[in-house]
Design a protein around this ligand. Structure first.
Ligand code: ZN
Ligand code: ZN
Length: 445
């Protein structure tokens, strides 16, 4: 047998050992993480109102031996474990759920209702899978706390509120996340979804998701009796024209092949059939990968909205409010490729794949914008059989935010925990020089 063959066998044996010892490690804390998941799924809370969720996470992390601070940027939780000199690595989970009525039929389906910020009673569901993220973080936290001889440095775990309203990351930063607490050398997070089979993780080097911009446009007209259109300036007709003209931005102005979405998500106007209202309101979401395409689209929206109002004889220019925005999440490509090997060792080679950027958005980019390199990866939640059937039939599985979104907890949660532990250990055991080399590339967009 050649030296190369012997080395290969040793390597394979080491990988198998790492995987099976990793599996045992996850099994030892799995009941805790699973029970936490079920509890969270049954008791979801809306963005900015995650008081019980935050309290539970804080208590579990305190019990695991972390130094925990609550109410950071609202309901945010920061848990720290110092273990000698070494890098500072942050792992983040979101805390919030969505105003969605759960229709999964699961025995632990949510039946929760809450008042939203406008005071309306709404059903609430963990329809984005943030409960899987919290349970994965708790599992990883417990394993890291029990195996302090396998790493050194400072582990910072955060429970971030209000991701769905793109405000929680910013609020935690404004409340001193990177000044009151150690500033991380790398920030890590995952998101569960139905694009991969449960337990598989996907790496996206470079741009992971889209820039997102939320705009509200109020069109002003002149109200009148429905039978007397000549005495009105009808804002509904101007809004209708505006919406159709907005469709030409992506189809006629943006270079074919560039990622660009302009969606009008709602339009509100009027109260009664025989009244022409005096204003109409609509709101848009804009998604892009590139900053120059983003600028081009935002300028086109303003130009079209103003011009359609002028064309319709509106008494004044429309009000355009840019009320939410977030940059795309950027995965430093060298770092992302570097983490492939530890992930493969922990999960098995077949369970680590590469994926394309997604069209959704995330406020994790606020951490990256503070100069903290990020590694944001995808965790599969789909039933493997259903996923392959859906690929054959072309009928997609329920996506995140669907009332039917139901990740297959086992093995998704196993995968989430094992992946996070593998990444944290690898990064915490890196020297400052190594980390610098892995993270020195700048975003190219
Ligand atoms: Zn979501
Ligand atoms: Zn989400």
């Amino acid at each position: 047998m050649t030296f190369a063959k012997v080395s290969l066998i040793v390597l394979l044996a080491a990988a198998v050992f790492a995987q099976s010892s990793g599996t045992r490690e996850v099994e030892s804390i799995y009941p805790d993480a699973h029970a936490f998941y079920i509890d969270l799924h049954e008791h979801p809370e809306l963005s900015g109102h995650e008081t019980q969720t935050a309290l539970k996470l804080a208590e579990h992390l305190r019990q695991a031996g972390y130094e925990v601070t609550e109410h950071v940027g609202g309901t945010g939780v920061v848990a720290i474990m110092k273990n000698g000199t070494g890098p500072v690595i942050m792992l983040r989970t979101e805390l919030d759920a969505l105003p969605v009525e759960e229709k999964t039929g699961l025995t632990y389906a949510s039946k929760v209702h809450m008042n939203d910020d406008a005071g309306h009673d709404v059903p609430v569901m963990h329809a984005c899978g943030h409960d899987i993220h919290m349970a994965s973080l708790l599992g990883a936290a417990e394993i890291m706390a029990r195996s302090k001889n396998t790493w050194h440095g400072t582990l910072v775990l955060i429970g971030q509120p209000a991701e769905e309203t793109i405000s929680g990351a910013e609020h935690m930063l404004k409340d001193g996340l990177f000044t009151r607490f150690p500033k991380p050398d790398v920030a890590v997070a995952l998101h569960v979804g139905n694009d991969q089979a449960a337990g598989v993780v996907a790496i996206v080097p470079g741009t992971y998701d889209t820039n997102a911009d939320s705009l509200r446009i109020t069109i002003y007209g002149k109200g009148a009796h429905g039978s007397m259109p000549h005495k009105s300036v009808d804002p509904i007709v101007i809004a209708a024209r505006t919406i159709l003209a907005l469709q030409t931005i992506v189809s006629r102005e943006v270079k074919p092949g560039e990622m660009a979405v302009v969606t009008v998500g709602y339009i509100r106007a009027g109260t009664k059939n025989n009244i022409i209202p005096d204003q109409a309101e609509m709101a848009l979401t804009v998604r892009t990968f590139k900053q120059d395409v983003r600028k081009q689209i935002l300028a086109a929206i303003e130009r079209i909205a103003k011009a359609e109002s002028a064309a319709g004889g509106a008494p004044r220019e429309p009000l355009i409010e840019h009320y939410e925005r977030t940059d795309s999440v950027y995965n430093n490509p060298t770092l992302a490729e570097h983490l492939r090997a530890p992930l493969e060792a922990a999960l098995g080679k077949n369970n680590v794949v590469s994926a394309e950027p997604i069209t959704a958005s995330e406020d994790f980019s606020y951490f990256v914008a503070q100069g903290v390199p990020g590694f944001y990866f995808s965790l599969g939640g789909a039933d493997a059989q259903k996923l392959s059937e859906s690929k054959t039939s072309g009928v997609p599985l329920p996506s995140n935010h669907s009332p039917l979104f139901a990740p297959v907890v086992d093995p998704a949660l196993h995968g989430g925990i094992a992946a996070e532990v593998a990444i944290l250990r690898n990064l915490l055991n890196s020297s400052p020089d190594e980390l610098h080399k892995l993270t020195s590339e700048q975003p190219s967009h």
